[in-house]
Ligand binder design. Sequence first.
Ligand code: PLP
Length: 380
Amino acid sequence: MSIKVPLLDLQAQYAPLRDALIAAVTRVCDSQRFIMGPEITALEEELAAFLGIRHAVAVSSGTDALLLALMALDIRAGDEVVTTTYSFFATAGAIVRVGARPVLVDIDPATFNIDPAAAAAAITPRTKAILPVHLFGLSADLDPLVAAASRAGVPIIEDAAQAIGATYKSRPLGGIGAFGCFSFFPSKNLGAFGDAGLITTNDDALAKRARLLRTHGMEPKYYHHLVGGNFRMDALQAAVLRVKAPHLAAWTDARRANAHRYLTRFRDEGLGDRLTLPVEPPGRRHIYNQFVIRTAERDALKRHLDDRGIGNEIYYPVPFHLQPCFSDLGYRRGAFPHAERAAETSLALPIYGEMTAEQQDAVVDAVAQFVSRRAGVPAS
Ligand SMILES: *Cc1c(COP(=O)(O)O)cnc(C)c1O
């Protein structure tokens, strides 16, 4: 009968690389060098070259990359950081953790990314940075954000956790703002065997500061210039990532091919006006960490897919301004209608590169079946 399709199948990516990955892990174990050292240095060089950004600093997670970027820019209590209300929690969480205030703005409903005009309008004399997220693997609209940031004299920090290898007008994400922050959480396009992250910059002085803060502001040993933290990536994770990174470009191509296949098939099935499909505006290369569709009947579609064993996920059910832990920021329901609507209507479908054509057909058929049964119910 119908086949089941997981949202993500890490086993399918692991199987052909298993021997190389085990050999890399064994190499670190045999060296007994777990903290910093040659694996970290080599990974940083390889990723900087791959991304086309001058400096890459390996860190403990994407969350810590954001925290470290904010600390390196000296953002602290009393400061404001303009960001989107619609992202994974870490984006706003990191701002609060340095004592600053996230000034939230609504999204462009077509791309799910921060609305640049709303971001510009949210700038005040207390603004110390703008923090756009390249959500789902698609670049935020950077030119107007860069213009607004430079008018205000503040840096941009790119949350590129979901967007490794994506570009904006042919420029690599993570190298346009003062800092780029990446995550190697296993479900990201380049996933480690646990937590790991990366901070990138084209600025030599900022790179130096980030490296210093990564290890308690210490240089040389036991002499501390800044109060940083322990934000180091494990050598074991670096060794794993070095095996996987050379495959990233091909994996991204496979995700893009799957996305195009979805778009073609959904349109062929006549679902184009029943579902809102993801867009790739000119000049922005999407890497499809997620393939997110929208429908007013999202919850019913989710149940339909769950019942048929078709993986799916809601990214994200609650925007930041409605999260209990941010209630003291004073935002109300209705403040950011596009993000609130996205939280009610968006659903991610399986897009991983190893998905077979048969599996993808099963996803399309299940969605098409749902839509045809619902014919007559108003679309989104
Ligand atoms: C995954 C993610 C993070 C956090 O990365 P971790 O490595 O899980 O700490 C931050 N921002 C966004 C947009 C993410 O998707």
